[in-house]
Ligand binder design. Structure first.
Ligand SMILES: *Cc1c(COP(=O)(O)O)cnc(C)c1O
Length: 235
């Protein structure tokens, strides 16, 4: 078996163990292969192993790779900061936009979804640790933000997403994942999401086990599957 196949086996096993520790069904956690800067051949190898959800952080890269995988059962996820002028290029190519961080962006997604006669599935990115370097809606504004955006035409707010602080120790981010879960439950109980909120997109290579233990339904794994990225090209 190649490195990618072995890595995927390893990540799957760890997701499964984390889920079982908290009595969750491991099949409720989707593993998204984060493929920014990763070659199409390496991506094809992952797809062979059943990783068919790909997460990218640049619109151009989605457009380019989408063509390469035309005809394959791949699901694309936009997970990076999205400029409003790039919405049009990906709206018909992605299954979900995880990284909606402003009302202006949500409005633009809504506008294009209406024009294309589709329902756009979006998640609201929360800057859960209030880091100045990160995008995202403040935790205290999350409920009100979802309330407003859930009213936009042709938009389903299907979840919340966060990028927790970089850490070498998964456990350190548990407090942030717990906070995310609380906001998620709060939104559902106040019914401001129109009933579409089902996903918590949280957990990366360094911290996905704690995220799964706190209710993540989508872990976004890059280096854990594909190895270290070329640091000169990561965004
Ligand atoms: C790069 C990236 C990831 C994956 O990070 P790894 O630590 O390589 O697993 C996950 N989410 C987002 C938003 C990213 O940009």
């Amino acid at each position: 078996m190649g490195d990618i196949a072995l890595n995927i086996q390893n990540i799957r096993r760890r997701v499964e163990m984390a889920a079982r520790r908290v009595n969750r069904d491991p099949s409720d956690v989707r593993i998204i292969g984060v493929t920014k800067t990763i070659s199409e051949s390496a991506m094809a190898e992952a797809a062979q192993c059943g990783i068919t959800d790909f997460g990218e952080n640049k619109a151009q890269e989605i457009v380019r790779k989408h063509d390469t995988f035309e005809g394959s059962p791949i699901t694309w996820h936009m997970i990076g900061h999205l400029q409003t002028n790039k919405v049009k290029s990906i709206i018909n190519k992605v299954s979900m936009i995880h990284s909606v961080d402003s009302e202006r962006l949500a409005r633009e997604i809504s506008r294009h979804a209406i024009a294309e006669e589709i329902m756009a599935k979006i998640m609201v990115e929360i800057n859960i640790a209030n880091e100045p370097s990160k995008f995202g809606v403040a935790d205290v504004e999350a409920v009100e933000f979802v309330r407003r955006v859930a009213g936009f035409g042709n938009v389903f707010v299907v979840g919340l997403m966060c990028i927790a602080p970089e850490t070498l120790n998964s456990v350190e981010n548990r407090e942030y994942f717990e906070k995310m879960r609380k906001i998620f439950i709060d939104i559902k109980s106040k019914r401001v999401d129109n009933g579409h909120m089902t996903h918590l997109s949280m957990g990366m290579t360094g911290d996905f086990e704690a995220a799964v233990e706190c209710g993540s339904t989508m872990v976004r794994i890059g280096t854990g599957i594909f190895g270290a990225r070329d640091s000169t090209t990561t965004g």
